[in-house]
Design a binder for this molecule. Sequence first.
Ligand SMILES: *Cc1c(COP(=O)(O)O)cnc(C)c1O
Length: 221
Amino acid sequence: MEDAAARLEAVNARIAAAAEAAGRDAGDVRLIAISKTFDAAAIAPVLAAGHREFGENRVQEAQGKWPALRERFPDLVLHLVGPLQTNKVRAAVGLFDAIHSLDRDRLAAALAAEIRRQERAPLLFVQVNTGEEPQKAGVPPQEAADFVERCRHEHGLEIGGLMCIPPFHDDPEPHFEVLRRLRVDIGLAALSMGMSADYETAIAHGATHVRVGSAIFGARG
Ligand SMILES: *Cc1c(COP(=O)(O)O)cnc(C)c1O
């Protein structure tokens, strides 16, 4: 389990090198350690190493482990990177500091209402289905600008950036490039892209938030 701290250090070094190679400041790339399926004991060495930014893909799983950890580590930053059902919006807004899976009007409306109610506004990413995979969440790339516009002006939401999960078997690079261009066209600050296998490529294409799980925690069982 000490291995997780060593792997974290290696990932941080590779992020810094990838940022430098891209002519970017390493401080502009945030590492989200994706701890889904791992329990508090597995997360402990990563916290002990000083890392504070984590991601989960299920609201219920996150509710089971993070509130207790947050009491000990009040400076935690928690990201929801998986799909969000409208009946979990209240819990999600209460727990997470960022939500990466905003992709439909009904969810935008529910988030807006809950953000007003709780007076707590997580950083929001619009998920883009760059591979246009029917089973995958996200708005199609050609609809992303209109959707962001509706989020801002119809739902009154502030949108922080865009997120994508490229198709598993594809070269991720063209997908990262689609997202990079959309970010520029729409005028957004953040890009959530890149996982264990491809975060350096994502950084070369402007990722500001990389989501790295197994390269830190090991293979998921
Ligand atoms: C699991 C997950 C990751 C991390 O995947 P790894 O390949 O383990 O780095 C990143 N993003 C999302 C949305 C995930 O669900």
